[in-house]
Design a binder for this molecule. Structure first.
Ligand code: AMP
Length: 249
């Protein structure tokens, strides 16, 4: 059983980003870039399924600039068997990525595609859902537990007020939530081994996909600055201020 894991190169979760001076986006020039954290969880889950003898091959796929090769090498060091870079300098929006992934799914015919539930740069939370629709596959989003047996995936999802368990007929698309697992660390020997694993490079044109952006970001703004707090001497003053100044009572 093959598993495809799409991994996105995003600004590292520990980097504090700011808005560009012209307000067209977030300034990530020279920022440290890493694998999207939800994709690390997806990769970990796929590797565990391989270690458990359920999967036979794990394929990491990334769409974006040439430097996404670094992200793919990390995926290979985490345990993927091979990698595919869909190289493009275009601003790849979720619909375009979903179309690219559909074409990979048609070619590779995996039983499972495990994506992150969202990329922490644009917070779109769209690609997995769009891929499932385009490829005509069942989907379970926000997985906090996944098991695979007898041609079916059983997925537990966290929903308001509890957990929902779904059974999906494979092939299927699953997106990961934070609680699914705790990804392993990349070790030096595995980084060395990853250098020898195959990494194929294709372009959107090779896959016959038009990736022209369809959405335009009009403006990105910093959240408003919080004004300084104040100490009040007693509850009566607090209530008075809430009523007369903040006007929330
Ligand atoms: P999004 O819909 O942009 O929030 O992304 C959800 C998931 O789709 C990510 O966690 C990745 O698994 C996958 N994904 C999004 N963009 C890319 C990309 N450029 N390359 C590979 N995977 C991607």
């Amino acid at each position: 059983m093959k598993i495809v894991v799409p991994v996105k190169r995003v600004v590292d979760a520990n980097v504090k980003v700011g808005v560009k001076a012209d307000k067209t986006g977030v300034d990530i020039a020279n920022a440290k870039m890493s694998m999207n954290p939800f994709d690390e969880i997806a990769m970990e889950e796929a590797v565990r399924l391989k270690e458990a003898g359920v999967a036979t091959e794990v394929i990491a796929v990334s769409a974006g600039v040439a430097q996404c090769q670094e992200t793919l090498r990390t995926a290979l060091a985490l345990g993927a068997d091979r990698a595919i870079l869909i190289e493009s300098n275009e601003d790849l929006q979720p619909l375009a990525v979903a179309k690219l992934l559909r074409s990979i799914v048609e070619k590779e015919e995996p039983q499972l595609v495990i994506l992150g539930k969202q990329a922490i740069d644009d917070d779109n939370n769209q690609t997995g859902q769009m891929l499932a629709a385009l490829a005509g596959l069942p989907q379970a989003t926000f997985a906090s537990k996944l098991s695979v047996a007898d041609g079916k995936a059983t997925v537990t999802r966290e929903v308001d007020g509890g957990a929902q368990t779904l059974s999906l007929t494979l092939p299927a698309v699953v997106t990961t939530d934070l609680r699914l697992n705790e990804p392993r660390y990349v070790t030096l020997p595995n980084i060395m081994k990853a250098k020898k694993k195959p990494l194929e490079i294709v372009t959107p044109a090779d896959l016959g996909v038009d990736v022209t952006p369809r959405l335009k970001t009009l403006k990105v703004a910093e959240p408003p600055q919080r004004s300084a707090g104040m100490k009040v001497p007693d509850v009566a003053t607090l209530v008075e201020k809430l009523r007369l100044e903040a006007k929330v009572l």
